[in-house]
Design a protein around this ligand. Structure first.
Ligand SMILES: Nc1nc2c(c(=O)[nH]1)N[C@H]1C(S)=C(S)[C@@H](COP(=O)(O)O)O[C@H]1N2
Ligand SMILES: [Mo]
Length: 315
């Protein structure tokens, strides 16, 4: 994510280590070098990362069969501004976050406001694995095996009133543990939102893990949103509050740059970001770019949510 006016936020496109490593790999293989010494070490994707493992079921209905991004890359190349604005700081700084105990406040247009403890949420919802493509507005993408449950299940339990048209999400605000919140790079707490039908779509997940284990803190522990057809910034991390609203929520990114980050934020290769094209993306781990697909490849499941809407206007 880039902000126009801020000088301390650098483009990941220029000096990205992961790309550098892959380029080295590409170059050495394409010119036929076999000497191991010329290759930079590439960490392998292995199971069992030392995290707490989770019990989960299969639901292959929505899984992509594309190659998964390694755990190493998923957990070391992050956007989480509460822990720094570059891609490598969250893996380090997020370790300061206390994720237990954790609770989520449910309020706004609901029959009854309440506070849910994470243990209770986990007891009530069976977990499943969902292997999703994820794409950042900065034109990189990953394939991530999330563990979670459909947001729709929690919404049904929350019993929203007939006035509830949108769902607003809020991240924890705890500057003592979140080093990035001591700087005003974004309006804190981080806010995001979905329209009710987007929130109820079976693709929309609340994730508590990845690769079979509890979420690494840098990936939004202990509970984060996953909306695979939208740009990554919609998938808000470390959620502490879910508010049902009558009016469209204003996200933190929209507050900072309304012309760059609209409410819908659907992955749309036909709508350029004001400062760069969205036609292509780089899958982390690949050297060559690939074409970006409308709705990030999930058009079949979600295009109907936007029938009749001009997606250039409602970007
Ligand atoms: N609270 C919070 N959530 C956030 C962000 C953030 O800075 N703060 N960054 C977003 C952006 S821009 C992206 S691309 C994804 C990255 O998720 P990942 O690091 O798990 O891949 O998280 C999103 N959720
Ligand atoms: Mo992003």
């Amino acid at each position: 994510m880039l902000i126009k006016k801020s000088q301390d936020i650098l483009s990941s496109e220029i000096t990205d280590q992961a790309i550098y490593r892959e380029r080295r790999k590409f170059m050495t293989s394409s010119i036929g070098l076999t000497a191991a010494a010329t290759l930079l070490p590439l960490q392998a994707s292995v199971a069992g990362y030392g995290g707490q493992s989770l019990k989960f079921g299969e639901n292959t209905q929505f899984n992509t069969t594309e190659e998964k991004t390694s755990f190493d890359k998923i957990s070391n190349y992050n956007n989480f501004y509460e822990f720094g604005t570059d891609k490598y700081s969250p893996a380090k700084n997020a370790q300061a976050l206390t994720t237990d105990p954790w609770s989520v406040q449910i309020d706004g247009e609901v029959e009854k406001s309440k506070i849910l403890h994470l243990e209770d949420i986990l007891k009530q919802h069976a977990l499943e694995e969902r292997i999703y493509r994820m794409r950042c507005v900065e034109r990189w993408s990953m394939v991530i095996p999330w563990i979670g449950f459909p947001l729709a299940k929690l919404i049904k339990q929350a019993k929203p009133t007939s006035k509830a048209k949108y769902v607003q999400f809020e991240t924890l605000q705890r500057p003592g543990e979140m080093a990035g919140q001591r700087r005003g790079v974004l309006p804190w707490p981080y806010i995001e939102g979905l329209r009710m039908d987007e929130a109820m779509n079976p693709l929309t997940l609340l994730a508590v893990g990845l690769y079979g284990e509890v979420l690494p803190k840098q990936n939004g522990a202990p509970l984060r949103l996953v909306v695979p057809w939208k740009y990554g910034f919609k998938s808000i991390k470390s959620i502490v509050k879910i508010t049902f609203t009558e009016h469209e929520p204003v996200s933190s990114w929209t507050k900072v740059a309304p012309d760059e980050y609209g409410f819908y934020s659907n992955v749309n290769p036909a709508v350029d970001h004001p400062r760069w094209s969205q036609r292509k993306e780089r899958r982390i781990g690949d050297f060559l770019k690939r074409k970006t697909l409308p709705f990030n490849g999930y058009a079949e499941q979600v295009a109907s949510l936007y029938t009749g809407m001009d997606l250039k206007k409602y970007f």
